[in-house]
Design a protein around this ligand. Sequence first.
Ligand code: ATP
Length: 313
Amino acid sequence: MSAPFLKVEGLAKRFPGERGKSDLTVFENIHFGIEKGEFACIIGHSGCGKTTILNVLAGLDEASDGLVIMDGKEVRGPSLDRGVVFQGHALLPWLSALKNVEFGVRSRWPGWSAQQIHAHSTKYLEMVGLGHAMDKKPAELSGGMKQRVGIARAFAIEPKMLLLDEPFGALDALTRGTIQDELLAIVQATHQTVFMITHDVDEAILLADKIVLMSNGPYARIAEIVEVTLPRDRSRATMHHNPQFYRIRNHLVDFLVNRSHDFANGAAVDHDPLHPPLVRPGLESAGAEILPLPSAQQQPPHSNPTRIHKASA
Ligand SMILES: Nc1ncnc2c1ncn2[C@@H]1O[C@H](COP(=O)(O)OP(=O)(O)OP(=O)(O)O)[C@@H](O)[C@H]1O
């Protein structure tokens, strides 16, 4: 079996205890992979270490144990190969929306002409519906518009991996829905590989090919990985008509409400920590179909979305 595009092996994060207290192990034994072009979401209760994992993937933080390999190379620091979008938009306030995006594009391709940089940046701002507001400065933009500029800037540098830390967390529900649709459209157009943190189960089902479920910290682990078996051309308006949506949703909510604490405080996991179970919610009699991970991981990310309907019919 070939290695996944992004491979996370045995990550752990510990903080030294203060004044004689024992060390805090936030998470340990974190193993998972993401294929090229795949959209992975991570969900878990507050404090289990999702942002820390994202920062390690970005090269902005160091793990206490383990390593991250992306495209065959170990991640050892920040790089333009990985774009990051945080909840705060982090735009340069003195530059227009266009200049903010151009700034990133110029850093990525220093040899490009001004015309190339302008055309490329404009294309991505138009993709997020900001063609009319490119000359506005961040202070003149709404929260949703600022976040769109951040998303356009991250996609425009065409990173090998895009890391999104709750990018819609600060937005109202309507704006959030609109930008989710735009993100979905850009991902479908670009086949960008994405790792995203969210607390929103519906958002994860809408966007992800697979959802990594973390147990509660301390000693958080990957409890299971849920494959989203809805057709890839899903939309917010119609997704809930598919019975499979509710099977996946119920499975995720049940995990967060009833099962995420089962692994807490170093309790033994009931699976090999190297291979978190891959789950396709759907078999009504069994509740969920547990699959051996290696064969399932060999599936291309967007392959045969109808198979689960056959299994669950
Ligand atoms: N410098 C530090 N010293 C000690 N503990 C820390 C430090 N930084 C983070 N932590 C702890 O690490 C844990 C994980 O934090 P992290 O922000 O990664 O969690 P999270 O799952 O992203 O949470 P949330 O969903 O609330 O954003 C938390 O319990 C936090 O208190």
